[in-house]
Design a protein around this ligand. Structure first.
Ligand SMILES: C[S@@+](CC[C@H](N)C(=O)[O-])C[C@H]1O[C@@H](n2cnc3c(N)ncnc32)[C@H](O)[C@@H]1O
Length: 298
C-alpha cells in the first residue's frame, strides 16, 4: 500500500477502513478552545515608510498574504470524539498504539472515555509536552503544556522500540561520567520541546501545527517499519512528514481544504502518495512553474 492523503470528514472514512490495519494512530483533534484557530501569513519588504524596524534599523513594510483557519468550538465534544475513538480502537492492529494529543481543557474527560473504550489496563502513559512560548497571564500559572494520552490495544504485546528512541542530553552531564554523557539519556514522560519556530524552515503557516520532533519521537518508539501510521486530524501533515523521514507508510485525513493545500505544498515532489478527494496539482511547484511559463508565453 502506498501513502494516502484524503479530504473529508474522518468518521465515514474511518468506518470504511479495515479492522486492525494501522500499527500506530496519532491524533491531534481540535482542543475545544471555543475559538477559531487561525494563523495569518505576512510578507515583509524593505520600505522607508515601513511599519516595522528590523536588523540595523532598516524599515520594513508588512503585507498580509493569506490566512488559514479551522473552527474549534464544540457543544458536545465527547459526543464528537467518541464514535471516532471507537473506530480508532477497531482499526488499531493488535500490537498497535493510540496517541491522543489534547490539552488541559478536555484531557481528563478523554482519559475516562478511553478507559471505557480500551480498558484501564491498556493505558500506557500520559506524556506531557512542555514548552515555553506565548503570553503569561498574571492571574494564574501560565498553562505551558499539552497532554498526550497513550493507550495500547494489547498491554501484553505492543510495540515500544526503546533502543530506537533518540537520546537527549543529560541536564547535569558532569554527574554521570563521560561515556553516559556522550550517549545521552532516553526521554521520560515529560518532553521539553520548543514549539514550531515561527520563522524556521519547518513552519507551514497552518494553525496549531505540531513540531516534527514530537511526531518523530512517537513514530520511532511506537511503530514498526511496515506499519501504517494513521492521523485522521492531519492538519499540516506533520505525522506524514515524520513517517516519510522514518520510512513508515501513512494515511492522513482532514476535512479542511486549507489543510490539504498546505499538505500539497509540504509533500510536493514526494512520490507514492495517493490523493483522494483533492487535487494537489494546482498548489505544487511543477504546476506553478507551468502556469508561470504559460503567462510568460514560454
Ligand atoms: C489541531 S489541528 C491538527 C494539527 C496537526 N497535528 C499539525 O501538526 O498540523 C486539527 C485538525 O483537525 C481537522 N478536523 C476537525 N474536524 C475534523 C473532521 N471531522 N474530520 C477531519 N478532520 C477534522 C481540522 O481541520 C484541523 O486541521
Amino acid at each position: 500500500m502506498q501513502n494516502v492523503i484524503r479530504f473529508g470528514d474522518n468518521l465515514p472514512i474511518l468506518q470504511a477502513m479495515p479492522p486492525e490495519s494501522a500499527g500506530l494512530i496519532y491524533i491531534d483533534p481540535p482542543f475545544n478552545t471555543k475559538k477559531v484557530q487561525s494563523r495569518t501569513q505576512i510578507r515583509t519588504m524593505r520600505s522607508e515608510n515601513g511599519d516595522r524596524t528590523g536588523f540595523q534599523g532598516q524599515r520594513y513594510a508588512t503585507e498580509k498574504v493569506g490566512s488559514k483557519a479551522f473552527a474549534d468550538d464544540f457543544d458536545d465534544y465527547l459526543g464528537f470524539l467518541r464514535p471516532r475513538l471507537l473506530e480508532a480502537h477497531r482499526i488499531l492492529a493488535q500490537h498497535g498504539t493510540l496517541y491522543l494529543h489534547l490539552d488541559y481543557r478536555e484531557v481528563h474527560y478523554a482519559k475516562i472515555l478511553l478507559d471505557e473504550i480500551f480498558g484501564r489496563e491498556c493505558f500506557l502513559n500520559e506524556v506531557i509536552w512542555a514548552y515555553d512560548y506565548g503570553g503569561r497571564p498574571k492571574n494564574r500559572w501560565p498553562p505551558k503544556h499539552d497532554n498526550i494520552l497513550v493507550f495500547v490495544k494489547d498491554p501484553e504485546h505492543y510495540t515500544f522500540n526503546y533502543e530506537e528512541i533518540e537520546r537527549i542530553p543529560y541536564m547535569a552531564p558532569g554527574l554521570v561520567g563521560p561515556e553516559k554523557a556522550a550517549r545521552g539519556k532516553t526521554p521520560t514522560d515529560t518532553w521539553w520541546h520548543t514549539i514550531v519556530p515561527t520563522n524556521g524552515k519547518e513552519k507551514t503557516g497552518y494553525p496549531t501545527q505540531k513540531p516534527l520532533g514530537i511526531l518523530k519521537r512517537i513514530a520511532e518508539a511506537s511503530s514498526r517499519p511496515n506499519d501504517v501510521v494513521l492521523d485522521f486530524f492531519a492538519g499540516s501533515g506533520t505525522t506524514g512528514e515524520a513517517c516519510r523521514l522514518l520510512g513508515r507508510r501513512f494515511v492522513l485525513i482532514d476535512n479542511n481544504p486549507e489543510a490539504l493545500q498546505v499538505m500539497a505544498r509540504r509533500f510536493d515532489g514526494v512520490p507514492d502518495i495517493e490523493w483522494i478527494g483533492f487535487d494537489p496539482g494546482p498548489f505544487q511547484n511543477a504546476s506553478l512553474t507551468r502556469q508561470a511559463s504559460l503567462l510568460l508565453g514560454a
